[in-house]
Design a protein around this ligand. Structure first.
Ligand SMILES: Nc1ncnc2c1ncn2[C@@H]1O[C@H](COP(=O)(O)OP(=O)(O)OP(=O)(O)O)[C@@H](O)[C@H]1O
Ligand SMILES: [Mg+2]
Length: 383
């Protein structure tokens, strides 16, 4: 793309340049770089459509009025394989939408576009533009704008909203059902009333928690990196977290073992955020690994990182779920475990926080034996 800045095209290909830059969303880039472009522009005057197409990052084909390919840039061959020059474009693109687009542009000389998707070898979605290359050249350009990433992000956003609404709607529906019952059949039944109010309270608490988690995620997304000047005494922090969670662990008959080793370990980080990380991991280990009876929290020093592992001896996580548990709202269905109280946002938050700390999370698990979640953090100092 670098060459783009210095290109001044002849009148002949100006239409194509204008259109190509516009189509690729680069027109503003050109004006931004106007200063830089005031170098040896004279020498580059007269660049042809082929030079221009070759310089573009997106797949571009040049075709003649019979739709035979006269040039394919390297992005086009990378995306669609090699083209035999002089052969019809339709040998490679059989999709009716491409045929319609190209035939239309060849006949009318007017720029047009269509949507085009290929499933093989991988699923890709393109917006395809076809345009004549300047008056009198009898060349036409077909430009492919890859939309796959944008589509993926759009889908993620839609999924996220759908999931969040669903998660909120379920407790809300149950609360509204209980209100009706309290007004109707349970009006004169104090025992049932007390029980329903308890459930309603639990449901509102769950909704409040979900909203807190969502806010926490969006706050984390807004500030992408932590202040590297802040440091945390890791062992002291873990001690506090384990102390806080011990009553909850005792309730589900879990003993939390600390294997911290000697010496202080200081890492760069935000104490509140790291507390959130370890609270969620240890809480998960107690909640989902309850059958194992114990959870081990250990710290190890590797060459340039600290590894904090949380191991449980519960049912484990099947391989196919492991890469997905850090996705928002993802929860693994477990036999015998009642509908989980969690929101499925905990590990998504963990992953976000660790990324901000220049760290990462790794997960090892064996069905029937247990799971180890390891937090890897860059190691700053020890004493
Ligand atoms: N130690 C573990 N053993 C087995 N499954 C686990 C373990 N930790 C997490 N999981 C699975 O991963 C899912 C996602 O965990 P995550 O912490 O993101 O959400 P959650 O615990 O359901 O909700 P929240 O953390 O918001 O309360 C859990 O629902 C559970 O199915
Ligand atoms: Mg959790």
């Amino acid at each position: 793309m670098q060459q783009m800045q210095d290109i001044v095209v002849s009148d002949r290909s100006e239409t194509f340049l204008e259109q190509a830059l516009g189509l690729l969303g680069l027109r503003s880039g050109k004006s931004q770089n106007a200063g830089a472009a005031s170098g040896p522009t004279g020498e580059s005057a007269g660049y042809s459509a082929v030079d221009l197409a070759a310089a573009l990052d997106d797949p571009v084909l040049l075709i003649d009025p019979l739709a035979n390919v006269t040039f394919a840039n390297s992005s086009a061959t990378q995306a669609f394989g090699t083209f035999t020059l002089g052969r019809s474009l339709f040998l490679r693109f059989r999709a009716p939408e491409i045929r319609e687009l190209v035939e239309g542009v060849l006949a009318s000389g007017q720029t047009a576009y269509c949507e085009f998707a290929e499933r093989l070898p991988i699923e890709r979605a393109y917006k395809v533009f076809a345009a004549p290359v300047g008056a009198g050249t009898s060349l036409f350009a077909v430009v492919f704008k890859d939309q796959s990433e944008t589509r993926r992000i759009d889908r993620m956003r839609a999924d996220f909203i759908a999931n969040a609404s669903h998660e909120l709607r379920t407790p809300l529906a149950s609360i509204s059902g209980f209100i009706e019952t309290l007004r109707g059949p349970a009006r004169n039944d104090p025992k049932a009333q007390a029980q329903f109010l308890d459930i309603m309270q639990a449901q509102t608490a769950r909704m409040a928690r979900l909203i807190d988690d969502l806010l926490s995620l969006s706050r984390l997304e807004m500030k992408s990196r932590i202040d590297p000047a802040r440091t945390v005494d890791l062992k002291a922090l873990l001690d506090r977290v384990v102390d806080t969670l011990t009553p909850m662990a005792t309730e589900v008959s879990i003993i939390i073992e600390r294997r911290f080793g000697a010496g202080r370990i200081i890492v760069a980080g935000d104490a509140d955020e790291l507390t959130q990380v370890f609270e969620n991991l240890i809480e998960n280990a107690c909640k989902y690994g309850q059958s194992g009876g114990r959870v081990i929290v250990s710290i190890e020093l590797a060459s340039d990182e600290v590894q904090i592992s949380i191991t449980d001896f519960g049912p484990g996580i099947a391989d196919e779920h492991i890469p997905r548990v850090t996705e928002r709202f993802y929860r693994v269905e477990q036999d015998g475990v009642p509908a989980q109280k969690g929101t499925g946002l905990g590990l998504a938050i963990v992953k976000h926080i660790l990324t901000r700390h220049g760290g990462r999370l790794s997960i090892r698990s064996k069905i029937g034996e247990g799971t180890t979640f390891t937090v890897h953090l860059p190691h700053q100092d020890k004493s």
